[in-house]
Design a protein around this ligand. Structure first.
Ligand SMILES: N[C@@H](CCC(=O)N[C@@H](CS)C(=O)NCC(=O)O)C(=O)O
Length: 305
């Protein structure tokens, strides 16, 4: 029942982060492939409306957002660490760079260059979702997006400039996963990726090391099987609500938790955990009973329901 279940789809770059994290920890895990577009009814039951992927389920606990998922994996399965030599803070501080300034132009290129081949349903879905992308300007913006993405590639090359095998030195860490996932996306989605990556020799050597990493021991299950596991599980004991939290909420208050960037769908529930780094709400569902849905604090707004 404590086996991690990842709700994702294979082309998802943020999903690749967690597949790599599971692999780095040498874990066996279950994979539920979700549809590329909404609706995703089974996942909606688990999350309460949060619409991004990946989502990690462990029993009746549901972890949203890679920033929290990796911390929870580390807490439950500490060895081998994703954050060796005290690198937790540094690795997580790198995510706003890799998730936004590095990833976004790559995602823009991937959409802009492939618009003709992407199913209309996916384009329409992403138009309403990726509020940071101007779909009408995507094609004319391609040269600019190349400049932005290359500048990100150069930063990775510079991180590796002294010949170190990994971003933080001799050991692989979550910082490598952060820096790698936009490169992985580029290889899969940008037709001239080879040409784009050509000037960055150290990056390409490191990329081969990352590509060769394990993605763990994976087996596929269906969404209804994941729901059945949630139904027969009990959420873990919540951490509790910090009485000194600046928002001043009390345990049991009904709150909404909403991403502050895109996919801003509120998840409503009864507050059970509020710490500096995590918020969790208990939700009672007709389909699977009681669930606890967890989010990171960074990047999420909590309001009274
Ligand atoms: N901050 C989120 C971002 C996740 C994200 O943007 N995921 C993309 C996929 S890689 C997504 O959900 N895209 C729309 C979709 O697949 O429905 C995280 O770190 O998990």
């Amino acid at each position: 029942m404590n086996i991690p279940i990842l709700h994702h789809h294979d082309p998802s770059p943020f999903g690749e982060k967690i597949r790599l994290a599971l692999g780095l920890k040498g874990l066996a895990w279950r994979s539920v492939q979700v549809s590329m577009v909404m609706p995703r009814p089974e996942l909606g039951i688990l999350t309460g409306g949060y619409r991004k992927i990946p989502v990690l389920q462990i029993g009746a606990d549901v972890y949203c957002d890679t920033r929290l998922i990796v911390r929870e994996l580390e807490r439950r399965f500490p060895e081998p660490s994703l954050f060796p030599q005290g690198s937790l803070g540094l690795s997580l501080a790198l995510t706003p760079w890799s998730d936004r300034s590095f990833f976004d132009p790559g995602a823009g290129l991937s959409m802009g260059l492939n618009q003709a081949f992407i199913p209309k349903a996916v384009i329409d879905d992403r138009k309403s979702f990726f509020n940071f992308m101007d779909f009408d300007a995507l094609e004319s913006d391609i040269p600019h997006l190349y400049t932005q993405f290359r500048a990100g590639l150069e930063l990775v090359e510079l991180m590796l400039a002294d010949g170190r095998p990994f971003i933080l030195g001799s050991q692989i860490s979550y910082a490598d996963i952060d820096a790698y996932f936009p490169v992985w996306m580029a290889r899969g989605n940008i037709g001239n990726a080879a040409e784009l990556l050509e000037p960055f020799a150290r990056l390409r050597e490191w990329e081969s090391r990352m590509a060769a990493c394990s993605r763990g021991e994976r087996s596929e299950i269906r969404a209804d099987e994941a729901l059945a596991i949630a139904r027969t599980s009990t959420p873990i004991e919540p951490v509790g609500v910090d009485p000194k939290d600046p928002l001043g909420f009390a345990t049991g208050e009904r709150v909404c938790v909403t991403p502050d960037d895109y996919g801003k769908i509120p998840v409503e529930g009864e507050l059970v955990t509020l710490t500096i780094s995590e918020v969790a709400v208990r939700r009672r569902t007709a389909e699977v009973g009681e669930l606890v849905t967890h989010f990171p604090r960074l990047g999420y707004r909590i309001t009274r329901a």
